[in-house]
Design a protein around this ligand. Structure first.
Ligand code: NAD
Ligand code: TYD
Length: 371
């Protein structure tokens, strides 16, 4: 499965999709669910940055329908050769630098991958698509996975982001994703490339790298370590269970209208402090520890993220109306499943906590003063 250039007979264009970033959190969930639903072959192009974890795909080791290729979306020659060889009917583009805090400390990689990488991928896709024959061309799709953060921040009573909300990105991460969305749009408008864009809210669930809020707090709570809440903990995010997100992407890929954007949300706005408190209670219930006591005691307020967006919320009525998709998971049951998954999968956690991970945790939290 790994890193090999297979010699294969060319299959018809309908048999294969190319996924980028399929060793990351959402990408790996997508690949697993795609293949579980008896989906067609997946070519998975991933640069295996700190956020890419081949171990998330261990269950596919002997599955001939999955091929993980270690490579960069910005490597035009590699992308062209994969397109030529495997002739996918669609590209689902997850690959990105995705962590806001890292984009504040070191934005360069975000511009390189999210902007230049997406541009390079679009160029190769355009060239491949323009050479498809007339039978294959109408079915081809390029689906770009993006974020609600491109819309900026909401006040407490403002209506949720819709597909027509003006872009107002506030972090280097959000700006780089906004730029990539604009490039995708332009390749449709100017060249006719059959694109689809999805903008979703904060995902949570199994296989998320433990630098993001929910897995970080689960593991710190388990180990009796401080739970660092930024600012006053009153920032609000909408939480989307990753399985629901993957189902939405499949629906958009199959039935979305070319050139359209679809917002995907979990209908679960929560304050950060409420999320962290709920995690404490779940970990207490599932792994009571008399030495640690109530995990709520571990919560501490630390220096805020610069430019921290106060609230995100998604209006997902367009995808519900046009494509019939709605989130299936309630936040409370999704969070319970997520906590359970981490507690049951500590070897996966140990595997992703490499030296580079420990260095990031030290860098991000050591200098954050307690409030
Ligand atoms: P992630 O950071 O967990 O994974 C990103 C993956 O991309 C990793 O496997 C990494 O190795 C790979 N990658 C990075 N640079 C690459 C390159 N140059 N070439 C090929 N692969 C590369 O991210 P995620 O949370 O799974 O997010 C996936 C997508 O969804 C991203 O585009 C992100 O912006 C978007 N998104 C995520 C969330 C969220 O809550 N996680 C919310 C909204 C949108
Ligand atoms: P995060 O998971 O980084 O996602 P995003 O910044 O893309 O929304 O953070 C979710 C929220 O949790 C965000 O408001 C920042 C906050 N947060 C903390 O309070 N403490 C932390 O240690 C982290 C990582 C995030």
């Amino acid at each position: 499965m790994f890193f090999t250039r297979l010699t294969v007979t060319i299959m018809s264009i309908q048999d294969t999709i190319l996924v980028t970033g399929g060793a990351g959190f959402i990408g790996s969930n997508f690949v697993l669910s795609w293949l579980q639903a008896a989906g067609s072959r997946v070519i998975n192009l991933d640069f295996l940055t700190y956020a890419g974890n081949p171990s998330s795909l261990d269950s596919l080791k002997t599955d001939p329908r999955h091929l993980l290729v270690h490579g960069d979306i910005a490597d035009g020659e590699l992308v062209a050769s994969l397109l030529r060889q495997y002739r996918p009917r669609a590209i689902v583009h997850f690959a990105a630098e995705s962590h806001v805090d890292r984009s504040i400390v070191a934005p360069d990689a975000f511009i390189r991958t999210n902007v230049q990488g997406t541009f390079a991928l679009l160029e190769q896709t355009k060239s491949y698509w323009s050479q498809l024959d007339s039978a294959d061309k109408p079915g081809f799709r390029f689906l770009h996975v993006s974020t609600d953060e491109v819309y900026g921040a909401l006040g407490p009573h403002e209506p949720a982001f819709s597909e027509t909300t003006a872009y107002a990105p506030n972090s280097p991460y959000a700006a780089s994703k906004a730029a990539s969305d604009h490039l995708v749009r332009a390749y449709h408008h100017t060249f006719g490339l059959p694109v689809l864009t999805t903008n979703c809210s904060n995902n949570y669930g199994p296989l998320q790298f433990p630098e993001k809020l929910i897995p970080l707090m689960i593991l710190n709570a388990l180990e009796g370590r401080p739970l660092p809440v930024y600012g006053d903990g009153g920032n609000v995010r909408d939480w989307l269970f990753v399985e629901d997100h993957c189902a939405a992407i499949r629906v958009v890929l199959e039935r979305g209208r070319i050139g359209e954007t679809y917002n995907i949300g979990g209908n679960s706005e929560r304050k950060n402090l409420d999320v962290v408190t709920a995690i404490c209670d779940l970990v207490d219930e599932m792994r009571p520890n008399p030495v640690i006591g109530s995990r709520r005691k571990l919560i501490g307020f630390v220096e805020d993220r610069p430019g921290h967006d106060r609230r995100y919320a998604i209006d997902a009525s367009k995808i519900a109306r046009e494509l019939g998709w709605k989130p299936a998971q309630q936040f409370e049951s999704g969070l319970r499943r997520t906590v359970r998954w981490y507690l049951d999968n500590l070897p996966w956690v140990e595997n992703v906590r490499t030296g580079a991970y420990l260095k990031w945790i030290e860098q991000n939290y050591a200098e954050r003063l307690a409030l």
